[in-house]
Design a protein around this ligand. Sequence first.
Ligand SMILES: *Cc1c(COP(=O)(O)O)cnc(C)c1O
Length: 478
Amino acid sequence: MGAMDTQGAATSAAESSAEDAAERRDLAVRAAVEQGLVGGSDTADPLTCLLDVAGIRASAAALTSAFDGAVAPGTPVLHAFAVKAAPLVPVLRLLADAGLGCEVASPGELALARAAGVPAGRTVLDSPAKTVAELREALALGIAVNADNPQELERLDALVGRAPTASPIGVRINPQTGGGAIDALSTATSTSKFGVALRDPGARAWLVRAYLDRPWLTRLHIHSGSQGVPLALIAEGVRDLHALAEEINAAAGQRRVDTLDIGGGLPVNFASDEPAPTYAQYVAALREAVPALFDGSYGLVTEFGRSLLAKHGLVLARVEYTKTSGSRPIALTHAGVQVATRTAYAPAAWPVRILPYDAKGAPKTGDPVAQDIAGPACFAGDLLATARELPRLAPGDLIGVPDTGAYFFTAHYGYNSLPRPAVHGFTLTASGEVRFHLVRPAQDVPSIVAEAGGPLRDALLPASPAFEARGSGRSPGL
Ligand SMILES: *Cc1c(COP(=O)(O)O)cnc(C)c1O
């Protein structure tokens, strides 16, 4: 089979899976209304979030098989899911069951990975501001650590010198290959805050020396992709990483660097159900730019987040009211900045699709009318879409916001004390019946009060009379 055939087959497989996913989504919406998870009535929840379990499994399988098909037999490959994309323990557990590990970047994310039962040997810690306590814990657990900068490496010198560790340790480099379409998400600009800037004067020599001086440095790390970054640019960074590893190993006269952690950052298509680019295309881009990457000389670690989860999440929200303002129809819904923070603040960079459903959860049809889809928060920019052509929405209808499985409802923003909505996974039985599985309960109002210092109600009041009696002798009026 030629390269064209392989690509054609991969594309049509992706297409049929996109159709299946859209079908499963519509079944799930209907069932969510029927089963009372969300709906138009006053007693139903006005907002809920769904995750397609079969879709998540399919993405994990696509990632795994894309690499399995490329690496030399026997090459160790760890796909570590970037926890920040969907920090939900049952999701991490599902991915672990599909053979994936976790990439964590805070004590909270590490705790989530451990709660999911992800073993230390399948966990990677990356973050630009690790404390000594975090580093000590990571080394004690034996999880992989990627140092961000020379000062962190000095901390590791001290810790590694004091106690033996099973942790594989690497250094993150910034290839300075340039940014993508979204500034805030471009990690490989010349002045990026991440990693050791490879093209700065003296940096390369410093890195080689650092590895020669430290036999325990065995990995190199890069994460140069993200939403808005083209595949060729991601591949260029990985090529530079591989070249640096070769240079270090040549200088060491041995295979000092044995593993390359090539990060994540595969962009996601927010315009349709099609997963694009695919993992197969990503691997093809790497094979073209760095053929030697897969020859078995190096074990590989990946750290994908968005591309594994985004397309499998759906926000479902009730339309509470509709109105017109300056002749523009507006639907006031319960999904806004709290579940789609980036879309509200940077709408041009993070456009989302809006899927209209009627009050029964059936896809809504009708002549398209340009409408604004607004969220519930009290600021003017809380819009999910502006002048979007949709069948005219009515109170009690639902809107679905697809492609929101990563960095949307899993990265809640607590504006207006809006609660974190419930998250339900869904599966289909053999007979096509939808089953929901609670992944995260909705945040209730008492817990909002508690997290907002409810139990500390009097903390800021003037000192109590009892304190005054012991204290300054000043009158409470002063
Ligand atoms: C955020 C992040 C990832 C995941 O990025 P995606 O774009 O979600 O694939 C991987 N590695 C590191 C170091 C990250 O910061």
